[in-house]
Design a protein around this ligand. Structure first.
Ligand SMILES: Cc1cc2nc3c(=O)[nH]c(=O)nc-3n(C[C@H](O)[C@H](O)[C@H](O)COP(=O)(O)O)c2cc1C
Length: 286
C-alpha cells in the first residue's frame, strides 16, 4: 500500500498537477495540449487520426509553445480486413437513415483513418523524444516498444480489466490507465472482446491498484474535483480526463456534438461494438 496521496506519477512524469488531459483523436487540438501543459497537467496529443507529416507539425508547434513534458498517444489495434459484403450489409441496414437525412446513399463509404503505431510513427517518436508515449488497445510489437523505451519515454497504456493491467505491467508499462466503463471514446480492451468483462471505475481502480506495483491513473466519468478526490481515495496516482475537455474552447467539436454533450441525459450514452468497444452518444464520437 502506498502512502496517500500517491505522488509517484507526478515524479515519474515530471508534472505539477495529477491530471492528464486525455488524448482524443480528432477532438484534441495542439492548442488544448499546450494549454494543459501550461496549467501544469500532462497534455496528450492523439496521433491515431494524424498523418506522419501532421504529427511532426503538431509536435513542432507544441515544442515551440511549451517546455513541459508531452504525451503522444497511438493506437496499436489490428486494423480490420476489408470486407465488401459486410460493408454492404451495414449500408443496407442504415439505408433508412440515409433517406431520412438526405445523405447520398451511393457515395463510397468512408474508411477509418485510425492508423496503428508503425515504423514511421516510431521514427517521429525517436526524432522528437516526447517524455511520455501512451498506447490504446495494448502495446505495439516488442521491437517497436523497445525503440520507444530506448528514447527514454515513459510508457502508459489503458487497462479495462485486472488481467489487462497485469499484462501491461509484465510487458513494461511504467504506469497504467485504469479505464472504467464510464470512459468516453473507444474502450481500450485488448485481451478479450467480451463486454461483460467491463466494469465501473470505482470497482476497477482499487482492484488494479492492489494487483500491480506501478502507479495507476483513473479514467472514466471524472468531470470535477469530487471525482478526482474519489479516484485518489481509491489509490489512483492521477486522473485522465477526456469528455470534460470537450467543453473547453480549444476542443475540436462540431456544434451538433457540443449540443449533444450539453443536453444528453445520462441514460442516452450507449456502449456499442460498432468500432472497438466505443461509448457513443453523449460522451463521444471517438
Ligand atoms: C472523443 C474521444 C476520443 C478519444 N480518443 C482517444 C484516443 O485517440 N486515444 C486514447 O487513448 N483514448 C481516447 N479516448 C479516451 C480518453 O483518452 C479517456 O480515457 C476517456 O475520455 C476518459 O473518460 P471520460 O471521457 O469520461 O473523461 C477518447 C475519448 C473521447 C471522449
Amino acid at each position: 500500500m502506498n502512502t496517500w496521496p500517491d505522488t509517484r506519477l507526478l515524479d515519474l512524469l515530471g508534472i505539477e498537477v495529477p491530471i492528464i488531459q486525455a488524448p482524443m483523436a480528432a477532438s484534441t487540438t495542439t492548442a488544448m495540449v499546450i494549454a494543459a501543459n501550461k496549467a501544469g497537467a500532462l497534455g496528450s496529443l492523439p496521433a491515431a487520426a494524424l498523418s506522419i507529416e501532421q504529427l511532426r507539425e503538431a509536435l513542432s508547434e507544441i515544442r515551440q509553445a511549451s517546455s513541459g513534458p508531452v504525451n503522444v498517444n497511438f493506437f496499436c489495434h489490428q486494423p480490420p480486413a476489408p470486407d465488401a459484403a459486410r460493408d454492404q450489409q451495414w449500408k443496407a441496414l442504415l439505408e433508412p437513415y440515409y433517406r431520412e437525412l438526405g445523405a447520398d446513399f451511393d457515395a463510397p463509404t468512408p474508411v477509418s483513418n485510425r492508423a496503428p503505431f508503425n515504423d514511421a510513427a516510431c521514427q517521429v517518436v525517436e526524432a522528437f523524444r516526447p517524455e511520455v508515449v501512451s498506447f490504446h488497445f495494448g502495446l505495439p510489437e516488442q521491437s517497436l516498444l523497445d525503440r520507444v523505451k530506448a528514447t527514454g519515454a515513459k510508457v502508459l497504456s489503458s487497462a479495462t480489466t485486472v488481467e489487462e493491467a497485469l499484462w501491461l505491467e509484465q510487458h513494461g508499462c511504467d504506469a497504467i490507465i485504469a479505464m472504467g466503463i464510464e470512459a468516453g471514446g473507444h474502450r481500450g480492451l485488448f485481451l478479450s472482446d467480451d463486454l461483460n468483462t467491463q466494469i465501473g471505475l470505482f470497482a476497477l481502480v482499487p482492484q488494479i491498484v492492489d494487483a500491480v506495483s506501478v502507479p495507476v491513473i483513473a479514467a472514466g466519468g471524472i468531470g470535477d474535483a469530487r471525482g478526482i478526490v474519489a479516484a485518489f481515495a481509491l489509490g489512483a496516482s492521477a486522473v485522465q480526463i477526456g469528455t470534460a475537455y470537450l467543453f473547453t474552447p480549444e476542443a475540436n467539436v462540431t456544434a451538433s456534438h457540443h449540443y449533444a454533450l450539453r443536453h444528453a441525459q445520462a441514460s442516452e450514452t450507449a456502449l456499442t461494438n460498432c468500432s472497438p468497444g466505443a461509448r457513443h452518444a453523449a460522451s463521444s464520437t471517438g
